[in-house]
Design a protein around this ligand. Structure first.
Ligand code: T5A
Length: 216
């Protein structure tokens, strides 16, 4: 799918671009792992990737962005996420879609709006522009938003390791991020599906499969 007016993206076969969004520790990685097994059973190619960090260049950007010791200006942060995304779309996502693969991407454009516009308070138009430059107008076919209460997500995320730079940004910041996802889900109702991330992993997987059924 492309936004009207942008360059059409060549897509072969039945390529599908599915993104997973939500606050910290929402269970995206856990869900994606379970979905790969299910989706791969039909013999289709499934590509699992993430932002930031889905490429070699992106891995370096991710390290800089998430290091708790690194001070990053808000606009620099915005542009680094944008740079990661542009590289990732060109190197991984577009080629996979052109081959007809399903691409499961842990975070994408909606994280930029939720974190950098709603969370950091950067101008939303500027944030959307960065997304537009980075993606060239490519829009996910479906976005699964795993919604969990902020405190629960932070508790889960911090259980196995100390907080990274964004996880340590404070409760009020993460409440604004969640509000961003609420707004985005309303604005993009045709591609967004809200999943209750507090349900057991097996139930979240069943909900996700239902939310993707019409893309098959
Ligand atoms: N960011 C990213 C921006 O600010 N702008 C952007 O444009 C982009 C793309 C990325 C950071 O960058 C920010 C957002 C982030 O702060 P990250 O490490 O990729 O950093 O952060 P997360 O995506 O939040 O990764 P997490 O690993 O913290 O969260 P997940 O993947 O959502 O959660 P997951 O699956 O690892 O699960 C976390 C824990 O919860 C348990 C798991 O076992 C695990 O212990 N769990 C459940 N427990 C109970 N019930 C369930 N249903 C569970 N599912 C998982």
């Amino acid at each position: 799918m492309t936004d009207s007016g942008s360059t059409p993206v060549p897509r072969g076969g039945h390529g599908r671009f599915v993104t997973f969004e939500g606050g910290e520790g929402a269970g995206k990685t856990t869900l994606i792992r379970a979905l790969v097994t299910e989706l791969g059973q039909s013999g289709r190619e499934v590509v699992v990737t993430r932002e930031p960090g889905g490429t070699l260049l992106g891995g370096e950007i991710r390290r800089l962005l998430l290091s708790p010791d690194q001070h990053v200006e808000a606009v620099a942060e915005l542009l680094l996420y944008g740079a990661d995304r542009a590289q990732h779309l060109g190197e991984v996502v577009r080629p996979a879609l052109a081959r007809g693969a399903w691409v499961l991407c842990d975070r994408h454009v909606d994280s930029l709006v939720a974190y950098q516009a709603f969370g950091r308070g950067l101008d939303r138009v500027m944030v959307e522009q960065v997304n537009g430059w980075a993606t060239g107008g490519l829009v996910p076919d479906r976005t699964l938003w795993l919604d969990v209460p902020v405190a629960e997500g932070l508790r889960r995320a911090g259980r196995e390791r100390g907080p990274d730079r964004l996880e340590g940004a404070g409760l009020a910041f993460h409440e604004r991020v969640r509000e961003g996802f609420v707004v985005l889900a309303g604005e993009h109702a045709s591609r967004f599906r809200r999943l209750d991330g507090t349900r057991a992993p097996g139930d979240v997987l069943a909900d996700a499969k239902m939310a993707l059924a019409d893309l098959e």
